[in-house]
Ligand binder design. Structure first.
Ligand code: PGA
Length: 244
């Protein structure tokens, strides 16, 4: 299976207009049986997106995050049980570097993964190093620690989990990582997970756009893309979808 994930973050966009632009420009792209195109609006926009995209043969809905807690007195949070009230939500991003910067530790990310798996929602787990870590030559060690924090969880072997490798220095900068560097990290992630008997699809994210997506997708161990800025324009995002 291949995956194309849109992370709209906290941006304002006209959802009806976006869907129209996507549908008018995507042409004939791979079907849902081989390519899952998942749009992650903010929590408030999820019901509206589900309603407006219901006619689409391609578009699926995901969440940008979830609470690590069960429902209860946690102001401002949204639990996996709330997400599961929407049968349309099959995917949820966790461990995004913007959330890690806001306080999500590896332990919290692991709790979020567990909550999602309990609700049969597939976690899209973001991992990736900072520029400082990369330059100090500590990248593999850093990635290993992030993967180690959840990969011993037995239930992962029988549930679907997706990993998104997103080097922090490539996110939102307009400068994607070099192919050789992406390849090294993805191969390392794949090998590490295989030692735990976890078969996970691995995506790349970080300044992906219509122009660079084809080359990135030609890498054999890359099963898809997680796209931020370039997903805000329905036409550009449709062009990325055509490269699968
Ligand atoms: P970007 O964001 O495509 O704007 O770099 C990717 C992400 O944050 O997931």
């Amino acid at each position: 299976m291949k995956y194309l994930i849109a992370n709209w973050k906290m941006n304002s966009l006209d959802i009806s207009d976006w869907i129209l632009k996507f549908e008018n420009n995507c042409g004939e792209i791979s079907s849902r049986e081989t390519l899952q195109i998942v749009i992650c609006p903010n929590f408030l926009q999820i019901p509206f997106f589900i309603e407006k995209s219901a006619f689409s043969k391609y578009l699926l809905t995901g969440s940008q995050d979830v609470s690590e807690k069960d429902p209860g007195p946690f102001t401002g949070q949204v639990s996996s049980k709330h997400l599961s009230n929407f049968s349309e939500i099959d995917y949820c991003i966790v461990g995004h570097s913007e959330q890690r910067m806001a306080g999500d530790t590896n332990a919290i990310v692991f709790q979020k993964i567990q909550k999602l798996i309990n609700e049969k929602i597939s976690p899209i787990v973001c991992v990736g190093e900072s520029l400082e870590t990369k330059e100090s030559g500590d990248r593999e060690n850093f990635l290993f620690k992030q993967l180690e924090s959840f990969s011993n969880f037995e239930n992962l072997k029988s549930n679907s989990i997706i990993i998104a490798y997103e080097p922090i220095w490539a996110i939102g900068t307009g400068i994607s990582a070099e192919i050789s560097s992406i390849r090294e990290s993805i191969d390392f992630i794949k090998a590490t997970l295989e030692t735990k008997n976890i078969q996970s699809e691995i995506l790349y994210g970080g300044s992906v756009n219509a122009a660079n997506s084809k080359e990135i997708l030609s890498e054999k161990n890359i099963s898809g893309l997680l796209v931020g800025n370039a997903s805000l324009d329905g036409e550009e995002f449709a062009k990325i979808a055509q490269n699968f």
